[in-house]
Design a protein around this ligand. Structure first.
Ligand SMILES: NC(=O)c1ccc[n+]([C@@H]2O[C@H](COP(=O)([O-])OP(=O)(O)OC[C@H]3O[C@@H](n4cnc5c(N)ncnc54)[C@H](OP(=O)(O)O)[C@@H]3O)[C@@H](O)[C@H]2O)c1
Length: 299
């Protein structure tokens, strides 16, 4: 199959490049805004593509005629989405319309990546049938995009994920595991919330899940996250435990106690039985994910 990914400089995007460099029976077209930031180039085709430009989306997708498109590009900074609403709409909503339109024209299957932040977080872990009720502008934008995909795309799937962690080169954004590890290693005290619950997702597992969906042209919504449900405080505690860092630097906080512009859903986390049973998705445990990250950090 020929697979085209958007946002290939991002965390998920770069893990998808790594995935397809190993799975050479498929041809990969990686696209991102500006220059290719993947460190070990070769084995795939790169095209610069800003997905907010409708004519460029049409040109690049029509030129390459992919069988499937995986849309990983998004404005992922939840607090920035709250204050920069127009930019958030342009990328998280309007650009998705351009992708849907061209995918329909060329007969490509669209895999759109979405989030647990479309929910209000009253309970968890949740399955694919839960009713969305976003609390933040980011959540609203991602829900609108899901609706555009579901209502207009001819062949589509939505891969929803939760709190992604991992490392790639030249990252535009950190993540909770790297943030906590670095703070504790440098002796910095940190406040961590104990009233938010998630199923943290290793970026490699998310890439595998998205690739399985694309290659099977699976239809509908799939929860693609880690398998372990925990509070964010517990997550950071387990990070400290894994790397034998000083846990006395951790202070428990409530969500109220840390000032963040955008509201986060208190309890999410996903049930992933559907992806396991229908796709053969098989994510690592949280500690197995940390072990892989540890190997990568040592290289
Ligand atoms: N990270 C999480 O915890 C999380 C949780 C739930 C869902 N998700 C979803 O998972 C997906 C992948 O997230 P991620 O963690 O890989 O995020 P990421 O690392 O922030 O990657 C997003 C990528 O999109 C790129 N991008 C921005 N504007 C673009 C444009 N106009 N055209 C093309 N690319 C553009 C960014 O480029 P630059 O690098 O140049 O800025 C960035 O590389 C997103 O849909 C996100 O909503 C993520």
């Amino acid at each position: 199959m020929k697979i085209l990914i958007t946002g290939s400089n991002g965390l998920l995007g770069q893990k998808l490049i790594e995935h397809y460099k190993l799975n050479t029976e498929h041809t990969l077209i990686a696209t991102a805004r500006g220059e290719d930031r993947f460190a070990n180039k070769g084995g795939y085709t790169y095209e610069s593509l800003d997905i907010t430009d409708a004519s460029e989306v049409a040109r690049v997708l029509t030129l390459h005629q992919p069988h499937a498109v995986i849309n990983t590009a998004a404005m992922t900074n939840v607090d920035a989405c709250e204050s920069e609403r127009e930019a958030c709409d342009d990328l998280n909503v309007n650009a998705v319309k351009f992708l849907v339109q061209t995918c329909n024209e060329i007969g490509a299957h669209l895999v759109h990546v979405s989030t647990d932040f479309i929910f209000d977080g009253t309970h968890g872990p949740i399955n694919e049938l839960e009713k969305p009720a976003p609390l933040s502008y980011y959540g609203h934008s991602k829900l609108k995009a899901e609706q555009i995909v579901m209502e207009n795309a001819t062949s589509w799937s939505i891969a929803r994920t939760v709190l992604v962690f991992g490392i790639v080169s030249d990252m535009s954004r950190s993540n909770i595991v790297l943030w906590a590890k670095e703070a504790l290693e440098t002796g910095k005290p940190i406040k961590v919330v104990s009233d938010q619950f998630r199923t943290p997702t290793l970026a490699e597992d998310l890439a595998n899940g998205c690739a399985l969906i694309a290659e099977k042209k699976a239809s509908g919504i799939y929860n693609i996250s880690g398998r372990d449900f925990m509070s964010v405080f517990d997550l950071v505690y387990r990070v400290a435990d894994f790397w034998k860092l000083d846990k006395s630097l951790l202070t428990i906080s409530t969500s109220e106690g840390i000032k963040q512009p955008a509201k986060r859903p208190p309890i999410t986390g996903f049930r992933i039985d559907k992806a396991i049973n229908e796709l053969g998705y098989n994510p690592r445990t949280f500690e197995e994910g940390l072990a892989l990250l540890d190997e990568q950090l040592k290289k």
